[in-house]
Every structure is written in structure tokens, then in C-alpha cells.
Design a protein around this ligand. Structure first.
Ligand SMILES: Nc1ncnc2c1ncn2[C@@H]1O[C@H](COP(=O)(O)OP(=O)(O)O)[C@@H](O)[C@H]1O
Ligand SMILES: [Mg+2]
Length: 366
């Protein structure tokens, strides 16, 4: 029988206020987190309710481990300041990377950069792609250069005295966040006053430039993409439906919509998968996503957000090369939901990502 591969699962565990409990826990196989990483993260921006929204829950980390353990031996390694030494000592055959990194606009690139230095294969995109996609304006510049549609935008540095003029309505977002951090109902601005206030809010709260984008009024979709080169496929398209949001709120997939209004006690499923769209729109959405995936050199997997303009034309909002993968179907995580709609269960989806990486590196799967 072929030897099982040694896979290291590298992660950041979401802070839940129980740091002490988890560092006293003696089970080495449980994901753990150290307070210092979070202190480091919070030094660079104020700690807000959404500070750790991108990091993974213990449930997600354990679900990925369980999936990988069907075929491989798995070691858990937290993506903290000790990760480099631990990876060098562990020398896994491959890393399954779900680490969001500690802090800064290049945080998602931190673990992949260490792995490149150590010559250890890993799943997902390389440091350059992860860095570019987290800086939404850089990603948009590259897409525009290649003729892929993305909403008109400007970037406003915290040092700017007054925001330049920009057609309203617009959306104001932090330049390099994910998981709808900093995107609330107030992010859609219709007056100069709201515009200036929201830009100031992003600067003050997130200590980073504000990305101001043309507001696209049309339908919204998100597309899970898997694979590489000649073997890239899109999973069934997810529509984000805003009809179940509270009355009177803006039709955006805001922080409140992702994490507050939709919760396990009062679930609202804003996702419809497969999306009810005609073949022509489906083709245009898929083609736009596959172009963006190729142009930004995404590898193995990515989830791409799309929105239609007033003429029904699809535009790229952003690419998520480290997509959210909450395992509980009741938590409505888009990537696993799209996989389920394709008849692919959670464990098969995770192993599909690993297999795409193994194939890319020419590593034989046991
Ligand atoms: N230009 C835009 N026009 C309309 N809605 C937008 C636009 N950009 C973002 N949104 C809304 O805000 C949500 C979050 O924005 P996004 O850039 O995807 O941030 P995140 O990285 O936090 O997911 C989107 O899912 C969409 O509903
Ligand atoms: Mg998004």
C-alpha cells in the first residue's frame, strides 16, 4: 500500500475570548491560538467587532482536518510567529493553506512566502496573487488592463485632506479587508456628506485607504472555481438574494447580512444555488470569472464575487483566493454550498483542492 502523505493544515483560529482556555488545553491535536498574534493584529488597527471575521473557527479547522485525514496524516500548524520554525521542523509533503495571516495588507501571503522559501508545496495561490487580490484596487487595475469589467473606482489615502469628487451613489470600503469587514449598510453613500463621513470612518477605524466604487444596482452572484490550466471548472453559480434582508436596508452583502442578521438562531438564507438565470447570462458570468481567475494566476480554488450593472452586464467585485469554507450547511457558506449543488460533499471538496495542488506539483496521490 502506498504511504499516506504528510499534510500540514495551516490556519488562524478565530478569537472567541477563550485564549487562556485554549492555551492551557493539553490536546496537541486541537487548533490553538496565542494571544500575541492577536495583539500584533490589533496594534495595526483598532480592535472592532469584526477584527477576526476572516479567521477560521475551530469547527472549520477540525472539519478540514477530518476531510484530509481520510487519505493522509495531518499535522495542525497555527499561522503565527512560530510557523516558520514549525514548518521547517515538520517538513510536510504539502501544506493545506487556509491561513489568513496575522496583519497588514500582505498578510495572506505570509505563509505561502515562508513555504516558497522552505520549498514546501502548498494548496492555493502564491504570495503575489494573494497580495494582489487582498488589495482590491491592484486587482481591479490588472483586470481593467486586460479588459475584464470591474466597477469604476478611486482610492483615498488617509492623508488626503478632502475626498475628490466621485459620482454618487457609491460604495466606500476598506481597501484590503474581506468577510465584509467595514462594509455595513452605511457603506452605500448617496450624498457628499455621507460620502465624506464614510471615508473618514474607514480611515479612522481600519487605518487604511478607502476604496470608493461606482455602485452597481444589479443582481449579485458568487462563483466557486476549482482546478488549474486545462482542468479549471466553475461550480453552480450562487445568487445572493436580498429579498430576505430586513425592510429598507441597502441591497448589499454587508457585514450585518453575513454575520448578524443570518445566525444559527434566526437563519436567513440569502443564497440561491443554482442561481435562476438564463443560459446567456450564465455563460457571461462564467466567462468573466474564468478570465479573472486566469489573469490573476489563481491556483487550485477561488471564489469570485460578481455584480450586474444597470444594463445587466457582469462586473468583477473581488476575488477570494482563500474562500470561506464553514462546514455546517446551516451557516450558508458559499463555496461548500456551490459544491453541494454540484453533488460534491465537504470532504470531497477539500480533497479536490488538495488533489488539484498535488497534480500541479506532479506529486502522486497515494
Ligand atoms: N461596486 C459595488 N456595487 C454594489 N455593491 C457592492 C459593490 N462592491 C461591493 N458591494 C457589496 O458589498 C459586498 C462586500 O463587498 P466585497 O468587495 O465583496 O467585500 P468583502 O471582501 O468583504 O467580501 C458585496 O458582496 C456586495 O454586496
Ligand atoms: Mg466579497
Amino acid at each position: 500500500m502506498l504511504k499516506r502523505l504528510h499534510v500540514a493544515l495551516v490556519y488562524n483560529l478565530k478569537k472567541d475570548g477563550s485564549d487562556e482556555a485554549s492555551s492551557e488545553d493539553s490536546d496537541p491535536n486541537k487548533p490553538r491560538t496565542r494571544g500575541n498574534a492577536q495583539v500584533a493584529a490589533s496594534k495595526l488597527q483598532q480592535t472592532t467587532a469584526d477584527t477576526y471575521a476572516e479567521w477560521d473557527t475551530e469547527e472549520t479547522i477540525l472539519a478540514v482536518r477530518t476531510a484530509l485525514e481520510q487519505y493522509h496524516s495531518v499535522t495542525l500548524i497555527e499561522a503565527n510567529e512560530e510557523a516558520y520554525a514549525r514548518l521547517r521542523a515538520a517538513r510536510p509533503d504539502i501544506v493545506f493553506n487556509i491561513a489568513e495571516g496575522l496583519h497588514g495588507p500582505s498578510r495572506e501571503a505570509q505563509i505561502p512566502a515562508m513555504l516558497e522559501m522552505l520549498g514546501i508545496p502548498y494548496t492555493g495561490s502564491d504570495p503575489l496573487t494573494l497580495g494582489i487580490c487582498l488589495d482590491k484596487s491592484r486587482a481591479k487595475e490588472i483586470l481593467s488592463y486586460h479588459g475584464v469589467s470591474t466597477p469604476a473606482f478611486i482610492v483615498i489615502e488617509p492623508s488626503a485632506s478632502l475626498p475628490p469628487a466621485f459620482p454618487l451613489p457609491a460604495i466606500v470600503k476598506p481597501l484590503h479587508e474581506g468577510s465584509s469587514k467595514g462594509i455595513t449598510n452605511a457603506s452605500i453613500v448617496r450624498t457628499e456628506e455621507e460620502f465624506h463621513a464614510q471615508v473618514r470612518h474607514v480611515h479612522a477605524t481600519y487605518r487604511q485607504p478607502a476604496l470608493v466604487e461606482e455602485y452597481l444596482p444589479g443582481r449579485e452572484f458568487t462563483v466557486a472555481v476549482m482546478g488549474n490550466n486545462g482542468d479549471v471548472r466553475t461550480l453552480p453559480i450562487v445568487e445572493i438574494r436580498f429579498d430576505s434582508l430586513p425592510d429598507g436596508v441597502n441591497h448589499i452583502y454587508s457585514y450585518e447580512a453575513k454575520w448578524v442578521w443570518d445566525n444559527l438562531e434566526h437563519p436567513i438564507d440569502v443564497h440561491e444555488c443554482p442561481a435562476r438565470i438564463d443560459q446567456d447570462l450564465e455563460r457571461r458570468i462564467r466567462e468573466t470569472c474564468l478570465s479573472a481567475y486566469a489573469i490573476l494566476n489563481c491556483r487550485d480554488w477561488c471564489r469570485i464575487d460578481i455584480r450586474l450593472d444597470g444594463n445587466g452586464e457582469p462586473h468583477i467585485i473581488e476575488l477570494n483566493p482563500l474562500p470561506g469554507i464553514l462546514p455546517n450547511p446551516e451557516e450558508h457558506s458559499c463555496f461548500p454550498q456551490a459544491a453541494r449543488a454540484a453533488g460534491v460533499d465537504y470532504d470531497t471538496m477539500i480533497n479536490g483542492v488538495l488533489d488539484a495542488a498535488l497534480k500541479r506539483y506532479g506529486i502522486a496521490r497515494p
